[in-house]
Write a protein that binds this ligand. Structure first.
Ligand SMILES: Cc1ncc(COP(=O)(O)O)c(C=O)c1O
Length: 441
């Protein structure tokens, strides 16, 4: 005879009294791999490895997802720290500046048929994101600041312009007063691409806090880095909400995740640009060190600039607010291309970390001439977007010669990279080497 056990719902004993506790899948093996990324002095790594090896087999590892985290999230802490640093109400952590730019464009409602102005000199990502949003990149020339030329922006604004992406290229502030005035008059939002300029300022305001939205890169080569990563900054709650939705397939981490739309335009399909807790932890530490890193770059550049003797015909990049310059590099213009090439190889032979910026024979993603994807109107799909989203005859005319100021200036430019750890001796040696070459060439 089968005796019927009393069900738990009816007050019987529970079949499963307890499960776990279980650890995360991340244990000491993963910690050892992370430790292996650091260069420790001899002996130290061995000791640390031994310590970790000695710990419990299933050493409780971290929860690397920012949401539903039992610990306070590092990504959330990095967002808070970055918002405070930039002086804005909201900072959204994402996995790259490319993602940040797309989230910002989408937050602003940019889509098919819209035009977005972008400078001819910037990393290709600033222009590619426009096409990725099915909008049309309108390439504007730069001037001797190597940032957007306001006069050309004015010429390029049309009825379809939905945003302007201004880039604080090579860490130097763009001409924000002029760009903001042009845009403001026409109610066109400005996105600051501050990928290369974290910590820079313009007339006392942090870059990334002036336009409607700011976008930052934390990839390895930037002023602050977490290997990969980025931030979207804004003072506008609505834009932040929309960028946040786009960054997490619109799963919406609003105060009430599953509430229906509070306002038209709150819910839509998005992508996944979330930052992991590993990146968040590194980014947080970097943000805390930002003051020290920026001071290092700026001191080095000032020291070298103070010692430079420029012969006639050699000019410096016009930096619109030298106080706000991040100081990550020093750019000078030679009188002509042959002398640029001679000076460049002579400087490199002296051991100076100098590079050219543009040579039409050398592919480089920072100059519009090489953006074949745009110049040749390439599409990812049969729909022909973004180009098919515009009535015939309304597309901008792209050519390799469309921004002559950009190619002229860049072909005569020499860029000397700064390092935040340069000593006084390093700076003196670089300045002396540059003076020696400039006098000879
Ligand atoms: C001006 C500019 N914008 C955007 C990006 C894209 O940044 P990320 O590599 O974080 O996507 C870069 C990266 O080099 C950049 O220099």
């Amino acid at each position: 005879m089968i005796t019927q056990e009393k069900l738990a719902v009816d007050g019987g004993a529970k079949a499963v009294a307890r499960l776990g506790p279980y650890t995360s899948k991340i244990h000491k093996e993963e910690l050892l791999e992370v430790l292996d990324l650091w260069k420790f002095p001899p002996g130290v790594k061995k000791k640390m490895t031994a310590l970790v090896e000695k710990s419990a087999d299933r050493l409780e590892g971290p929860h690397l997802f920012r949401y539903y985290n039992p610990r306070p999230s590092k990504v959330a802490a990095a967002e808070k720290a970055f918002a405070r640093y930039i002086g804005v109400k909201h900072a959204l952590a994402v996995n790259s500046c490319t993602s940040a730019l797309i989230a910002a464009l989408r937050a602003l409602g940019v889509g098919m048929g819209d035009e977005v102005i972008v400078p001819a000199y910037t990393f290709f990502a600033s222009a590619a994101v426009i096409g990725a949003c099915n909008a049309i990149p309108v390439i504007a020339d730069v001037d001797d600041t190597l940032t957007l030329d306001p006069a050309d922006v004015k010429r390029k604004i049309s009825k379809r312009t939905r945003a302007i992406i201004v880039v604080h290229m090579r860490g130097a502030p763009a001409q924000m007063d002029e760009i903001m005035a042009l845009a403001g008059k026409r109610r066109i939002p400005v996105i600051e691409d501050a990928a290369q300029a974290a910590g820079g300022t313009y007339k006392g305001r942090m870059l990334g806090s002036i336009g409607a939205m700011g976008c930052f890169s934390f990839d390895y080569y930037k002023i602050l880095n977490s290997g990969e990563g980025g931030f979207v900054t804004t003072g506008d709650e609505w834009l932040h909400t929309r960028a946040q939705s786009w960054h997490d397939c619109a799963a919406c981490w609003r105060p009430d995740r599953f509430a229906s739309e509070r306002r038209e335009g709150e819910l839509f399909c998005g992508e996944n640009y979330r930052m992991s807790e590993l990146q968040g932890a590194v980014a947080l530490a970097q943000i805390r060190k930002a003051g020290r890193i920026l001071r290092g770059y700026r001191t080095a550049k000032r020291r070298i600039m103070g010692k430079l003797r420029l012969p006639e015909g050699v000019t410096l990049q016009r930096v619109v607010d030298p106080e706000g310059d991040t100081g990550i590099c020093l750019i000078l213009f030679m009188p002509d291309v042959p002398r640029t090439k001679r000076a460049l190889s002579a400087m490199q032979a002296e051991g100076i970390p100098a590079g050219g910026i543009y040579d039409h024979k050398v592919k480089d993603w920072h100059v519009y001439v090489h953006w074949d994807h745009i110049l040749d109107r390439k599409s990812a799909a049969r729909d022909g977007l973004p180009w098919s989203g515009v009535p015939a005859g309304k597309l901008p005319r792209y050519s390799k010669t469309m921004c002559p100021r950009c190619t002229d200036l860049l072909s005569r430019a020499i860029m000397v990279d700064m390092n935040w750890e340069y000593s006084r001796k390093d700076c003196d040696a670089i300045a002396a080497g540059m003076n020696k070459v400039l006098a000879a060439v």
